[in-house]
Design a protein around this ligand. Structure first.
Ligand code: URA
Ligand code: SF4
Length: 213
């Protein structure tokens, strides 16, 4: 008998209601990351969002708060959205992986972000697909390589494709990949990195028709 790879699919209810998806995700055990994290951090935003933005995974702040993009990266994202004429109220934000993955610092209690593995990204993908089906956005923005590779394949290169408006495979939406806001915070030339990030989001904004019916 072939061994079945464990993933989130058996935990994902057959529904397009975000509230039902969210409550089911709270008890997901589709991979091992639920064990050490505080809680599932599901996506957040309106069910009729025009834009879905995908990050990598919740960070330390998000893990405690139970909401995506509430820490420094989230604040940078909010500021960049305001500057790129994407209405934050019409954005649903989520992550490729819904539990915080970390290692403990040798001394002290600090939890240090650890990149999720390909297996964990694939295991968590059913939630992301369910969020896409629930919100049916016009545009999906991938923040960083982990997010982009979750839906566009592991050979996708953000360095090569950033800022290009693409068609999202298998769904009637546009897509655009850019860097992760945390990388802007870490960049040696932060101002330049921020300007490039905003420029990418401005390209993304051109994919939005004036109004959603
Ligand atoms: N970084 C992410 O990728 N997602 C968050 O929710 C916060 C920081
Ligand atoms: Fe489930 Fe995703 Fe959390 Fe893994 S990371 S337990 S697949 S919600």
């Amino acid at each position: 008998m072939a061994t079945r790879t464990q993933d989130a699919s058996e935990f994902v209810p057959d529904t397009r209601e975000l509230s039902r998806l969210r409550s089911a995700a709270a008890t997901c055990r589709g991979c091992g990351l639920y064990r050490d994290a505080t809680q599932t951090v599901f996506g957040d935003g309106p069910g009729n969002a025009r834009v879905l933005m995908v990050g990598e995974q919740p960070g330390d702040y998000e893990d405690r708060a139970g909401e995506p993009f509430v820490g420094p990266a989230g604040r940078l994202l909010d500021r960049a959205l305001a500057e790129s004429a994407i209405d934050r109220e019409q954005v649903y934000v989520t992550n490729a992986v819904k539990h915080f993955k970390f290692v403990r610092a040798e001394r002290g209690k600090q939890r240090i972000h650890k990149k999720p593995s390909r297996t964990e990204i694939v295991a968590c993908r059913p939630w992301l697909l369910a969020e896409l089906d629930a919100t049916r956005p016009e545009l999906v923005v991938f923040l960083g390589a982990t997010a982009a590779q979750a839906l566009l394949g592991s050979s996708f290169r953000v360095t090569r494709e950033r800022g290009n408006l693409l068609d999202l495979p298998e769904r009637p939406a546009k897509a655009l990949a850019t860097v992760h806001p945390s990388s802007v915070l870490r960049a040696p030339d932060r101002q330049a990195a921020y300007a490039d990030f905003v420029a990418d989001l401005r390209v993304a904004a051109t994919a939005l028709e004036p109004a959603k019916p």
